[in-house]
Design a protein around this ligand. Structure first.
Ligand SMILES: [Zn+2]
Length: 134
């Protein structure tokens, strides 16, 4: 990580930390010879030590110890949860669309950008969550 990347990470960390003490950091090890790729770090910064630690130290890969780390994202826990939920909806919608097209004998190898990015929450089928009898 070069100085500009570190400065950007610190700036983002300071801004995000103002909104939430729980952060999610996505990093990528680009060290040659290391098979680790995406690494997710969940931060609970009750004592406000996260930013000072970032200032003092370099991010390292937990497997190879390399410092060729690329930051893919730093979000508050709420932002990360919303993104995870949207990704889950994307996945379900793509599976439903593929299943329905295959059932109609259509080729489902390619989805349009709108179909691929659809993160609407599908309607709950009738009877899917039966209410317990009281
Ligand atoms: Zn590594």
């Amino acid at each position: 990580m070069n100085q500009e990347d570190k400065r950007q990470l610190l700036s983002t960390a300071i801004a995000k930390r103002k909104h939430d003490y729980q952060l999610v950091l996505e990093i990528y090890c680009s060290q040659s010879g290391c098979s680790v790729r995406e690494i997710t770090i969940h931060v609970k910064d009750h004592d406000k030590t996260f930013v000072p630690h970032l200032r003092k130290r370099s991010l390292v890969c937990p497997v190879c110890g390399g410092t060729n780390i690329i930051v893919h994202g730093l979000e508050t826990a709420l932002e990360a949860e919303r993104q995870d939920d949207a990704s889950a909806r994307h996945s379900v919608n793509r599976q439903m669309l593929t299943r329905d097209r295959m059932a109609q004998g259509e080729d489902c190898a390619f989805l349009t950008a709108a179909e691929f990015g659809d993160d609407r929450l599908p309607p709950t089928p009738p009877g899917w969550f039966p209410r317990p009898r009281s």
